[in-house]
Design a protein around this ligand. Structure first.
Ligand code: IMP
Ligand code: MG
Length: 331
């Protein structure tokens, strides 16, 4: 038995291209397992596969490559939405019904949770019942996935999957949401109800020694979806949204946009200590030829792409490997 783990997380408020990065990493063929291990179908991962656009919410991207894919103990599953997502992928030519497994101790989102979440006016949740389901889990009155008959064929004991298997397992962890939305470290209360950190990945049952590489993503600018005021005044921010097509993959809400906040990213880098940082959607700033960032609440105009890149490489020099990248369509 041996388990190796690479982790993909997001250092901002989600939507920084984890789906793209995971899809790309899986192409290498080195992984034989994929896992989603936090949150539920509040997430939305946009994935381009063989020229076609897919949006996944709960199902790990391993299904695009025929890789066994887990919804881990850290997840919250709404059974009907899960089954519909399987059907959507199957209808679009992806044989995934036999590849996806749900940890028996993942928790269930009920219709009552969704009903309760629909009353939220404070946080601006995705209304997928995540907060109320997490409350019940921690209040020890929740329902575990193994109790749901419709999920019977998908349920596995994740501990045995990890530790009773004779094969060498190489997992890719597909994080959801991002650091600013972390329940402990994010901008509380404008956060989600799960752990979006490297520690959150380990909570699913992995040993810290299993970690090989931590990949983390940001965009060249910042976005946020929810009720706090995030986008400053100025046409440039609407332009960023339109060029970047920054609309929620789950709720279609316009994402609020701002310049990249270097101080916020530093906090995530300190806590998660990634090996690789991917700075996505550089093409959006290229189109605008606008190379501004925020540091210590001040806007800095770095004037050129070269200066922008050098500035970030210097600021984030604790990360050994920094890569600048482009929108999904450009891969
Ligand atoms: P909840 O996770 O639905 O409870 O929503 C809590 C906050 O997290 C809201 O501001 C949501 O817009 C945000 N959020 C939840 N999931 C995502 C995501 O996948 N991407 C971006 N924001 C998200
Ligand atoms: Mg997203």
């Amino acid at each position: 038995m041996s388990v190796l783990l690479d982790i993909v997380i997001d250092n901002s408020a989600g939507d920084s291209g984890k789906g793209k990065v995971v899809h790309h990493l899986l192409k290498s063929g080195k992984y034989n397992r994929v896992i989603r291990g936090n949150a539920g179908n509040n997430a939305g991962h946009t994935i381009y596969h063989e020229g076609k656009k897919f949006i996944t919410h709960l199902i790990p991207a391993g299904v695009f490559w025929g890789i066994k894919s887990y919804i881990g103990p850290g997840c919250l599953v709404h059974p009907k939405s899960f089954l519909e997502e399987i059907q959507y992928l199957e209808d679009n030519g992806l044989k995934c019904r036999d590849l996806v497994k749900i940890a028996s101790n993942a928790h269930i989102v009920t219709d009552a949770h969704i009903e309760e979440d629909s009353k939220d006016t404070k946080i601006g949740t995705t209304k997928r019942g995540i907060g109320p389901a997490a409350v019940d889990r921690y209040n020890r009155i929740g329902i575990q996935a193994k109790e749901i008959p419709e999920l019977k064929n998908f349920i596995v004991d994740f501990y045995s999957e990890l530790f009773d298997c004779q094969d060498k397992l190489y997992f890719l962890y597909e994080g959801a949401q991002g650091f600013e939305l972390d329940i402990f470290h994010g901008d509380y209360p404008y956060v989600t109800s799960s752990h979006t950190t490297v520690a959150g990945a380990l909570l699913n049952g992995f040993s810290h020694k299993s970690i090989k590489t931590v990949f983390s993503c940001i965009k060249a600018f910042a976005t946020y979806v929810g009720n706090k005021k995030f986008q400053p005044e100025g046409e440039i921010f609407n332009q960023i949204r339109e060029i970047g097509q920054e609309y929620g993959a789950t709720t279609q809400r316009p994402r609020q946009c701002n310049f990249l906040n270097v101080s916020d990213v530093m906090k995530s880098l300190n806590i998660n200590d990634p090996d690789v940082l991917i700075i996505n959607k550089m093409d959006v700033l290229q189109q605008l030829d606008c190379w501004k960032i925020i540091e210590d609440s001040q806007v800095l105009d770095l004037k050129t792409e070269e200066q922008f890149r050098n500035y970030l490489k210097d600021k984030f020099k604790s990360v050994p490997d920094i890569r600048f990248s482009y929108s999904a369509e450009y891969i």
